[in-house]
Design a protein around this ligand. Structure first.
Ligand SMILES: *[C@@H]1O[C@H](CO)[C@@H](O)[C@H](O)[C@H]1NC(C)=O
Ligand SMILES: *[C@@H]1O[C@H](CO)[C@@H](O)[C@H](O)[C@H]1NC(C)=O
Ligand SMILES: *[C@@H]1O[C@H](CO)[C@@H](O)[C@H](O)[C@H]1NC(C)=O
Ligand SMILES: *[C@@H]1O[C@H](CO)[C@@H](O)[C@H](O)[C@H]1NC(C)=O
Length: 315
């Protein structure tokens, strides 16, 4: 009886302590990576892998991608402050309420980010009539090349993160994903050629955001296979597959709560709304901020996941 009372008292005191822990002392608002990325090898089935990418000494991170990577500006220049301001649900115009994963990675490395990502971007917009008018990797790479940035290859890391919008368009326009994969690899070849001579490339994928399909997996495999070719040419390449992270949060092993989330859904109800109306009661503990778009806490653990892949998955 006495023991039971003490146990209950301890439980109550623990609960009180948890509630009163100052928010700023909780790392990433209590959201943490609850899984360790599994590793594979280039030449096999798609998997997290790092063939030669070393982050020590990286001074510049050049990022291409879609809204997951968009930092509020798409010309490689200094990004707007990654904070919510006024009633807009978009921090500095981003598709989230704070920094995106690429900013977190750059910040961790002490590197300058040059961000070319654009919300809605695909690999090659000509493949997708339903995406007419959207940005693509071709335009982003062309803009980067037109700037004659003259970056040091040895200290520059390039990140390429497309596929979510291509996969979405494939259900409307037909399966042009094999061509999209080939075009993505051709763009990387262009960056690897003179005058850029890119040496360090990280390709990221999250095409289905928790859903899986044969055509999507074939896209991912085609991109992954292409990295072997780049490696054989002497490039340092890594592949980061976010599917296991999405599965772990949206599924039951271990499920969103194990990561410190209160919901696996979005905090802001509508992607197109321009104010905060309907904001959830747990804005710091939502997996998504806008529908389908990672919260700033999720971006942080995406960066952690990438860092673990680079450190643990040496292929
Ligand atoms: C917030 O918005 C106001 C008004 O548009 C602007 O003056 C200010 O610089 C913004 N602050 C940040 C941190 O973006
Ligand atoms: C983009 O796709 C179109 C249509 O398939 C193709 O004609 C074009 O060569 C592609 N562009 C690049 C640079 O891959
Ligand atoms: C989202 O907002 C847009 C524009 O305000 C509206 O047209 C659309 O119906 C909304 N969607 C949902 C699911 O509420
Ligand atoms: C928020 O924006 C919607 C349209 O997107 C509008 O209907 C609503 O009145 C706005 N709410 C506030 C509090 O401004």
């Amino acid at each position: 009886m006495v023991v039971r009372i003490w146990v209950s008292l301890f439980a109550i005191l623990s609960a009180v302590a948890a509630v009163h822990l100052p928010a700023k002392r909780q790392t990433n608002d209590g959201v943490h990576l609850a899984i360790t990325p599994a590793c594979g090898k280039l030449g096999g089935a798609f998997a997290n892998a790092n063939a030669g990418v070393v982050t020590t000494g990286i001074k510049t991170l050049v990022a291409f991608g879609d809204s997951y990577t968009f930092g509020g500006r798409s010309d490689g220049g200094p990004l707007p402050a990654a904070v919510l301001n006024g009633t807009s649900p978009r921090a500095g115009g981003r598709g989230t309420d704070g920094p995106v994963w690429a900013e977190d990675v750059a910040s961790d490395l002490g590197a300058t980010i040059k961000d070319y990502a654009v919300s809605g971007a695909v690999v090659n917009v000509t493949l997708w009539p339903s995406e007419a008018g959207q940005s693509d990797f071709l335009h982003q790479a062309a803009l980067f090349l037109s700037q004659n940035n003259a970056l040091n290859s040895a200290t520059t890391l390039y990140t390429v993160f497309f596929g979510i919008n291509d996969f979405g368009a494939s259900s409307i326009d037909g399966n042009h994903l094999p061509q999209a994969a080939a075009d993505l690899l051709a763009q990387i070849q262009q960056l690897a050629a003179a005058p850029t001579n890119a040496k360090n490339i990280v390709v990221l994928d999250d095409y289905g955001r928790g859903s899986h399909s044969a055509t999507g997996d074939a896209w991912k495999q085609a991109v992954f296979n292409g990295l072997s070719t780049l490696r054989a040419q002497g490039l340092n390449v890594a592949f980061v597959d976010f599917a296991p992270l999405w599965d772990a949060v949206l599924g039951t092993s271990p499920g969103f709560a194990a990561f410190g989330y209160k919901t696996s859904g979005a905090c802001i109800p509508n992607l197109s709304q321009t104010n905060l109306s309907g904001e959830c009661s747990t804005p710091l503990n939502s997996f998504y901020w806008l529908p389908g778009h990672p919260s700033k806490e999720t971006h942080r653990i995406m960066a952690d996941y990438l860092k673990l892949v680079l450190a643990n998955c040496k292929a």
